[in-house]
Each structure stands twice: as structure tokens, then as C-alpha cells.
Design a protein around this ligand. Structure first.
Ligand SMILES: NC(=O)c1ccc[n+]([C@@H]2O[C@H](COP(=O)([O-])OP(=O)(O)OC[C@H]3O[C@@H](n4cnc5c(N)ncnc54)[C@H](OP(=O)(O)O)[C@@H]3O)[C@@H](O)[C@H]2O)c1
Length: 229
């Protein structure tokens, strides 16, 4: 499948590498594809440069602009900070997003206050990033997924508890959620829990601040939620 990833940080790179390894045709989007040598990603969680990524996990992928990645993908992934996702997706171009599935992995977390990050989603008009993306791009089928757990296991859930833990998703389009679920199953996820329409993104994004605190208290070792029912 052709997949366009909007975002070149650690999450875009991990998803890109995994999808390439599974045989997908991936373009990773960045604002300046000519700059392959800068370190990418958030402070404290720097990803390799795109030159390093292309040499390692990203072999067989291409790096291009956000709009070229979006035009390429049959399925799109938003892997940008929720603080800038709307700007990044505007650069990707609404015409390149229309009618497509967009898996949204983002969180809008403010680390500037020290201690636990504050989830800014609920401060914004419209609430979560997932909901604001759906409002801004009504012709796109937004599926929120993979934002509630850490980079160590999103593409390799079998690393933890033999895969016996939960990934949450939500979105308005049942068919889009099924296709995203298929992708997640191909990563090794077995317990995929559908929270319903895109408004569940409010809660999914708030969960992340608590997940981060749990991860810190767990010595930065992999951890995740299990929805016992
Ligand atoms: N770290 C985790 O464990 C984890 C787990 C699950 C979900 N997430 C979520 O995944 C998302 C991606 O995280 P990340 O750490 O990989 O990347 P990130 O640092 O949050 O975002 C990197 C991307 O944002 C783009 N960007 C930065 N400023 C921009 C602006 N002003 N306008 C447009 N684009 C801009 C960058 O563009 P360039 O390519 O041009 O640099 C880059 O592609 C985040 O929302 C995060 O909360 C993280």
C-alpha cells in the first residue's frame, strides 16, 4: 500500500521503518527535504537525522515535502506534534487529504511548565487535536490511534507482556477504523479497542499525560494500558 507520513520525528521514523519492513511504499514528509542532516524531533527525545534514518530503518523509503508525502499516500499518518499538526496538515494540502484515511498519532503536550506535561488539547476551541483535524478537514477520515503509549512499543507491541495490552482508536468512519486496525494487527497489536467516534480523541489525548508520568515512574521502561473487561 502507498503510505504518506506527515512528520519526520521519532514516531514518523519508527512507523516509516516498520511499514517499509512490511512491504509498504512509504514517503516520509518533512518541511525541507534538502536538509537531511539535522537531528529531528522534540528536545529530550531526538530522532536520528533523516540521512541516518534512510541508511538504517528507512531503506527503501523516500523523503519529500509534506504535500508530496500526502499526495503519494492512499493512507496518511499524522506524526507531528499536536501543537503544530494543523499547520503541518495545511502544508500537506487539503486536496491531498480529501477522501483519504488519516491516522492521527498526535498529542498537544506542553512540557514548558516542568514536572508532568500539561495536555493543552482541552484548552483549545474544539478540544483535542484529533477533533480539530477532523473539523478542519471534513472530507478526510481521521482515525486517532497509537497516541496513548510509547515509541518503544507502538510498532512492536510484542516487546511487552507478550502483546497482551491495549491500543485504543476512535474515528467517525467504521471502514477507515477497520483498515487502520488491519495495519495495527500487522504490527502485532491484538487487543484493539474502538472507543467510537472522533470525540473520544479528547480522552485519548488526556490519557497521554498520565501515560508519560507512568513511564517516568517505571524508570522509562516500556509500559502500557490493558483494558480489562
Ligand atoms: N514519543 C512518543 O513516545 C510518542 C508516542 C505516541 C505518540 N506520540 C506523538 O507523535 C507525534 C510525533 O512525535 P515526534 O516526537 O515523532 O515528533 P515531533 O517532534 O512532535 O514532530 C516532528 C514533526 O513536526 C514538524 N513540525 C515542527 N514544527 C512545525 C511547524 N511549525 N509547522 C509544521 N510542522 C512542524 C517537523 O517538521 P520537520 O520535518 O520539517 O522538522 C516534524 O516533521 C507527537 O504528536 C507525539 O505526541 C509520541
Amino acid at each position: 500500500m502507498r503510505i504518506g507520513i506527515i512528520g519526520s520525528g521519532i514516531i514518523g521514523q519508527l512507523l516509516g521503518s516498520k511499514l517499509v519492513s512490511l512491504g509498504h511504499d512509504v514517503i516520509l514528509g518533512t518541511r525541507d527535504p534538502n536538509d537531511l542532516h539535522s537531528k529531528k524531533g522534540a528536545p529530550g527525545d531526538p530522532a536520528p537525522s533523516l540521512a541516518e534514518w534512510l541508511q538504517e530503518g528507512g531503506k527503501m523509503a523516500q523523503v519529500a515535502t509534506f504535500s508530496e508525502a500526502a499526495a503519494h499516500g492512499e493512507i496518511l499518518i499524522n506524526a507531528t506534534s499536536g501543537m503544530v499538526s494543523l499547520q503541518a496538515l495545511a502544508l500537506a494540502g487539503s486536496e491531498n487529504l480529501a477522501g483519504k484515511i488519516l491516522m492521527d498519532t498526535s498529542n498537544a503536550l506542553d512540557f514548558s511548565r516542568g514536572g508532568s506535561p500539561v495536555c493543552l488539547a482541552t484548552d483549545q476551541e474544539g478540544g483535542s487535536v484529533g477533533v480539530r483535524i477532523q473539523q478542519a478537514f471534513p472530507d478526510t477520515k481521521v482515525v486517532k490511534a497509537l497516541n496513548t503509549t510509547g515509541s518503544q512499543i507502538i510498532v512492536n507491541p510484542l516487546l511487552l507482556a507478550d502483546g497482551d495490552h491495549t491500543v485504543l482508536l476512535c474515528g467517525n468512519d467504521p471502514g477507515a477504523k477497520e483498515i487502520v486496525s488491519e495495519l495495527l494487527r500487522s504490527f502485532g497489536w491484538r487487543d484493539i479497542f474502538d472507543l467510537g467516534d472522533i470525540t473520544a480523541a479528547h480522552g485519548m489525548e488526556m490519557m497521554t499525560a498520565l501515560w508519560l508520568r507512568s513511564w517516568q515512574q517505571n524508570g522509562y521502561r516500556p509500559c502500557n494500558w490493558k483494558l480489562v473487561r
